[in-house]
Design a protein. Structure first.
Length: 562
């Protein structure tokens, strides 16, 4: 774990899991805390995973224990090395490192097979030749018990032979599977003879073609935890019923350590999707710009948008760990990144929709300014200063000028004065329009001696930002909104219908301070009076960075009126 992640201010607040750990340590049932983060490499990690990462690695940090990264790679059909590398990258980027080497469920395939054979020998598992559709039919429902498979009472010897036949590839996919023999009348459907192994003729990233049968998640997960000596196996509440199956498996095999599972509520963040199936659909149908689209709440998407590891960790710390399901407002996440960038992001001026501002008296006595030294951050002098240039022709935002306005409008109006940020007080005297009547240039006079000074008789109502038209950076700015129009898109019958086509606005030809041409991918800035922006890691080129809106200023409406 990096130094940034080890401060006492980031310690996990007290919760029911820390109380359990404290009790276990005090009672001596646990001497060293060992946790794990076990994602499936079938997609990119998202904000819900970030909560689990921060909890599991944070517990290991706070209790001086260990946390394993284990990839649950039991379904080679949906897995890829791209996802593996993305998972490793995201965990590291969040500020954590795992104990030892990355582990894989596939590391235990031979051991898992041995435990499956043990269950068969005990009469607790059998090879079933019902089709997947028939198995679902025989399983029953919440209101009706299941029915026994006609293959359920095969002898141990026959099941051993058939299971070996499965391993040898003599059954086609869907033609046979290994099921636990538990109770088809159980009120818990997960206990109605669940499938333990299925046939898959697919090459595996780790094991190649050595296997054509693969263990199911529920069989693999609990055994892998126990093999690794996990002391506190933490899952989300949807796996609460599955704990009965995990305990049944561990109670009926000769494994020395028995990990125990604890469940917490999952993170439900408004205006976002965390279902990998639905995320995959968005990516594959081209609705978004890949898994790292900055409108997604994947960790890669948040990183590309300009979120920092510190802000995400702080968000996870604030929402806490409970058993109560709830929906977290997007504003809670946005608040964390605003607070972080407010302290750490240097300031710059950027005009998103430029209109020319011509200083008619530029060059006259007292109006010959060419350069200014300005602070990179108004509250942190240690962040240094930068040079900005000034000239006769500037750019201001089209929203910062009106020919006439009421007293509530505190920007540039014909005949009125405003201050240019860091520079002169100016008075608008006239404007030019195109054939459609749109203002294309504003003429103004600068008040001599007004740079950094308050002059008698000149009381500008507001301050506006600007850039020098002669040397500014002209580039693309991508204004990002929420991808979905409704707070809970996953609850809709057709979640794709809730995608907001206006969630991305590409602004061409924005005018930015010339110094921003040297900005590198993922550098963040506060564009004064606009919001926080980050250099896009995909579309930027050397000397011409493209900027994504990370988050608007909290007081953007007030700032716009100032």
């Amino acid at each position: 774990m990096d130094a940034e992640a080890t401060g006492t201010e980031e310690r996990i607040p007290r919760n029911f899991i820390t109380e359990i750990i404290d009790h276990d340590l005090e009672a001596g049932t646990v001497s060293k805390v060992v946790t794990r983060f076990p994602p499936e490499p079938n997609g990119y990690l998202h904000i819900g995973h970030a909560k689990s990462i921060c909890l599991n690695f944070g517990l290991a940090r706070d209790y001086h224990g260990e946390c394993n990264l284990r990839l649950d790679d039991t379904n080679p059909v949906k897995e890829s090395m791209e996802y593996v590398r993305a998972i490793e990258r995201d965990v590291n980027w969040l500020g954590f490192s795992w104990s030892g080497e990355v582990r894989h469920s596939s590391d235990y395939f031979e051991i898992l097979y041995g435990y499956a054979v043990e269950l068969i020998r005990k009469g607790l598992a059998y090879v079933d030749e019902l089709s997947p559709e028939q198995i679902r039919e025989y399983r029953g429902s919440f209101s009706e018990p299941g029915r026994n498979s006609p293959y359920r009472d095969r002898s141990v010897e026959e099941n051993l032979a058939l299971f070996e036949k499965m391993r040898s590839g003599d059954f086609g996919e869907g033609k046979a599977c290994l099921r636990a023999r538990i109770d088809m009348a159980s009120p818990f459907i997960c206990m109605r003879d669940p499938v333990l192994y299925r046939v898959r003729f697919s090459s595996h990233e780790q094991t190649g073609d050595r296997w054509c049968i693969y263990p199911m998640y529920d069989f693999t997960h609990c055994i892998s935890d126990s093999l690794e000596g996990i002391t506190h196996s933490i899952c989300t509440l949807e796996f609460q019923d599955n704990r009965r199956l995990y305990d049944w498996v561990l109670d009926n095999i000769s494994i020395p350590h028995h990990s125990h599972q604890y469940e917490m509520s999952r993170l439900n963040l408004e205006y976002s999707i965390t279902s990998k199936r639905k995320l995959t659909q968005l990516v594959e149908q081209g609705v978004v710009d890949g898994w790292d689209d900055p409108r997604l709440t994947t960790i890669a998407g948040l990183r590309r948008r300009g979120y920092t590891p510190r802000s995400i960790r702080e968000f996870c710390r604030r929402i806490g760990v409970t058993k109560q399901e709830n929906n977290v407002e997007m504003e809670a996440l946005e608040t964390c990144i605003r607070e972080d960038l407010n302290d750490h992001a240097p300031r710059a001026m950027a005009v998103l929709r430029p209109v020319r501002l011509i200083i008619d008296n530029y060059g006259a006595e007292g109006v010959t300014l060419t350069e200014l030294r300005v602070p990179n951050h108004p509250e942190h002098p240690e962040m240094g200063e930068r040079t900005i240039t000034f000239g006769r022709e500037l750019f201001i935002d089209e929203s910062d000028f009106r020919e006439a306005a009421n007293k509530q409008y505190k920007r540039l109006v014909l005949g009125k004065e405003v201050r240019l940020r860091h520079a002169f007080v100016i008075r608008a005297v006239s404007c030019e329009k195109d054939a459609q009547g749109r203002v294309v240039a504003v003429h103004a006079e600068a008040i001599p001696g007004s740079v950094g000074a308050t002059l008698e008789g000149h009381k500008p109502k507001g301050v506006i930002h600007w850039v020098n038209a002669a040397d500014c950076l002209r580039t693309e700015v991508r204004l990002l909104g929420r991808l979905f129009k409704v707070p809970n898109p996953g609850a809709e019958d057709d979640f794709m219908s809730t995608v907001d086509p206006a969630s991305l606005e590409v602004v061409e030809g924005a005018a930015l301070e010339h110094g921003l041409a040297a900005a590198r991918p993922l550098d963040s800035f506060q564009f004064e009076r606009e919001g926080y922006f980050c250099v896009d890691s995909r579309y930027s080129k050397e000397g011409r960075p493209v900027f994504n809106l990370t988050v608007a200023l909290r007081d953007s409406k007030k700032a716009a009126a100032a």
